[in-house]
Ligand binder design. Structure first.
Ligand SMILES: [Zn+2]
Ligand SMILES: [Zn+2]
Length: 349
């Protein structure tokens, strides 16, 4: 099998050739057709996440040792299974739920593998989809995405699921309550599409790069703001009825500070983006304004089933998608790091 691997942290990916694995136990072997290229892989390739205050989350200290095959939005054809894999849809295409846990603990048994204390996420701790073959630990992680465009389906596994799970944390609310999305990258556009598909009406987007505003409006955002302007806060506070919710897909000191300050009383701020940093929060005003600050990380298997079902209704609009070859993934990561990708790039194996 061929894969594009991190061989040294911070360096371009390199092609690797190794023997195609034979599935053991309940494992399923998938021939990868597509894999979305996600911005979080930029950080993984770098070998760390910035925790703020000069602290770093080092991949190497969390048991990750190169070579690492990233890629957590895989989609492909089921080709074989281990002796305990049960009946499989051999020859059919499936979307892979990548946020797999140990499979044994209470979280995993409850179906919230994404909260497993010992994650074995596909494309992070376990080998991922920047390869022509992929081992999936169990057939329950395969989802039938029939009816969804095969180049769009893969991005539901991270981009779609992440925004859906974050949107649910801003619910229930009225469709007319303002929800502000921080960032109009691939995830930001997906967030707008997801909220629209869920029936939400009033969506605003904050994005420094004004060339991305048209795409955000195209997806259904009613207002666009430049968060670097001095009066950004007063512009957000002037939205009729105030800001009920903020989904921060950047996760920087500046976006968090702005987002939390913009909330109306009782409002909710959900941070998803992993740009990095930290903020001081006044506990008195947090209590007096009765605001909520919450983190959201990917989503559960059940939530991915709901995202697939939503996409199958045709209500979820596709964000702009470009495809690239497997050998171009590293270059796409460079472009993601530079912020020059519009929508999402999906690698075609
Ligand atoms: Zn991702
Ligand atoms: Zn577990």
């Amino acid at each position: 099998m061929i894969s594009q691997d991190v061989v040294e942290w911070g360096k371009p990916l390199q092609q690797a050739l190794r023997e195609t694995p034979t599935p053991q136990g309940t494992q399923v072997l998938v021939k990868v057709k597509y894999c979305g290229v996600c911005h979080s892989d930029v950080h993984i390739r770098d070998g760390y996440f910035d925790l703020g205050g000069g602290r770093k989350f080092q991949m190497s200290e969390r048991g990750m040792k190169p070579p690492v095959t990233m890629g957590h939005e895989p989609y492909g054809t089921v080709i074989s299974g281990g002796p305990q894999a049960g009946e499989l849809p051999i020859g059919e295409d499936r979307l892979v739920y990548p946020w797999t846990g140990c499979g044994q603990c209470d979280r995993c048994l409850d179906g919230v593998d994404n909260w497993c204390p010992t994650p074995r996420f596909i494309g992070i701790q376990a080998s991922g989809g920047y390869a022509d073959h992929l081992l999936v630990p169990h057939a329950r992680y395969l989802l039938d995405a029939t009816g969804i465009e095969p180049s769009f389906a893969p991005i539901l596994a991270c981009s779609g699921l992440t925004t859906y799970s974050a949107a649910r944390k801003l619910m229930p609310c009225k469709p007319q309550d303002w929800i502000v999305i921080m960032g109009a990258g691939g995830l930001g556009l997906m967030a707008v599409a997801m909220l629209k598909a869920m029936g939400h009406e009033r969506i605003a987007v904050c994005e420094i790069d004004e060339s991305k505003w048209a795409a955000a409006r195209e997806m259904g955002a009613l207002e666009t703001f430049n968060p670097s302007q001095d009066n950004a806060l007063s512009q957000l506070q002037a939205l009729p009825g105030g800001v009920w919710g903020v989904m921060d897909l950047v996760g920087a000191q500046s976006t968090a500070t702005l987002g939390i300050a913009a909330l109306r009383k009782g409002g909710r701020y959900v941070v998803v983006g992993l740009f990095g940093g930290e903020i001081p929060v006044s506990l008195v005003t947090m209590a007096q304004r009765a605001i909520s600050i919450q983190g959201s990380y990917v989503g559960s298997l059940q939530e991915l089933r709901e995202v697939v079902a939503l996409a199958q209704t045709g209500k979820l609009k596709s964000i702009p998608i470009a495809t690239c070859g497997m050998d171009q993934i590293s270059e796409v990561l460079d472009r993601l790091k530079a912020g020059t990708v519009l929508g999402r790039v999906v690698a075609q194996m």
